[in-house]
Ligand binder design. Sequence first.
Ligand code: URA
Length: 246
Amino acid sequence: MNSEEQLREDLFQLVTSLKSYILLEQDSGRKYSSMYLKGEVPSLDATNIEDTDKGGETAFIPSLTLDDVRQELGDCQRCNLCEVRKNLVFGEGNYNADLVFVGEAPGAEEDRQGKPFVGRAGQLLTRIVEAMKLTRKEVYICNILKCRPPENRNPKPEEIRACEPFLIKQLEIINPRVICALGTFAAKTLLKTDAPISRLRGRFHSYQGIKLMPTYHPAYLLRNPGAKKQVWEDVQMIMKELMSNE
Ligand code: URA
């Protein structure tokens, strides 16, 4: 592909991604999405909000649900990964979770089962969650990409662009207290940075006003067990944050 063709391809992907996002906004029939992203509070007489209790505080959440987002995603054909996937892996767990884990993309086992983090790295993530005195049902687990890249290759920019609007919606709806970005791709994509995970981890960053802790990916831990110590430090900071009343 020459540079002009590449530019055309990039533009096409950008327009596709923008279209998905706008359609999702329109189909939701919800007026408040962008207000929430900007941190504005809708008026209390708004009809399409519901009242929920989160951590002792009353919060107003949009009526769009994760099921709506899943429905909008449908039998997604927005990038080439649809041709090779067995199952789309949307995410699973508590729709009202205080803690959301975001990984990179489904692997072979996840693709087979349609569930996130159920392979070897997933078993390690489960143990990390349990070490936090939580269960997988209490947190929410999802990925940057919803379909498996062949041979587990790195996600391509156009795949991230096509898929990201749906992750943005998921995080906006769940509105957790903390997001844990697992590995380089999740951290870089959510924080829009090129900094390496080794420099990002160990402290909270902000994603749309939500505290975000980047840490090493469980698959990296399987290859580098020495890094478990740092992950445990990151995880303890998350636990402390979740236990605080702020
Ligand atoms: N690795 C990921 O990043 N996500 C999964 O769901 C499984 C393995």
